[in-house]
Design a protein around this ligand. Structure first.
Ligand code: ZN
Length: 172
């Protein structure tokens, strides 16, 4: 396993805006990618990471919503598809490893139904809510080249990018 550099919107917007391609099969090579993604996410630390955030344009997401002190609960999503969304929405103060130190409220459907393949290539079909629903929608946006700041006003988005530029400068 290896920790990979995470792309940010100030330096790598052109990659982060691309649409990721479906995965053809879940094999050891893909599992090695998922292992790296999980380690990179834990190191950051974050609760979700899409492959495009480490520069790999594949429809793969890792997530762990365990609270502090709980056992890790790693989840892997290959080729996830949302098949239903609730009319009811819920707000959540979102952040993103590719938009460091920026947090803002985004409204998304409160419940979604989705299908995906897991780490072993097993198919799942589940309805989820709460943080799971918010996080998977945020991560699936990444697979389509969309960042959470794209859901905000233009002014807020421009400010967010300026903020990230400053964060990157200060870290250099
Ligand atoms: Zn993100």
């Amino acid at each position: 396993m290896a920790i990979r550099p995470i792309l940010n919107v100030a330096e790598s917007a052109a990659i982060l805006k691309q649409v990721s391609a479906p995965v053809e099969r879940v094999d050891d090579e893909l599992r090695a990618l998922m292992d790296d993604m999980l380690e990179t996410m834990y190191d950051a630390p974050g609760i979700g990471l899409a492959a495009v955030q480490i520069g790999v344009l594949k429809r793969v997401i890792v997530m762990d919503l365990a609270k502090e002190g709980e056992e890790p609960q790693p989840r892997f999503f290959v080729n996830p598809e949302i098949t239903w969304t609730s009319d009811e929405t819920a707000p959540y103060e979102e952040g993103c490893l590719s938009v460091p130190e920026v947090y803002d409220e985004v409204q998304r459907p409160a419940r979604v139904r989705l299908t995906w393949l897991d780490y072993d290539g097993v198919a799942h079909d589940e309805e989820v809510d709460g943080l799971f629903a918010t996080c998977i929608q945020h991560e699936m946006d990444h697979l389509n080249g969309v960042l959470f700041i794209d859901h905000l006003s233009r002014l807020k988005r421009d400010r967010a990018i300026q903020r990230v530029k400053k964060v990157i400068r200060e870290a250099a």
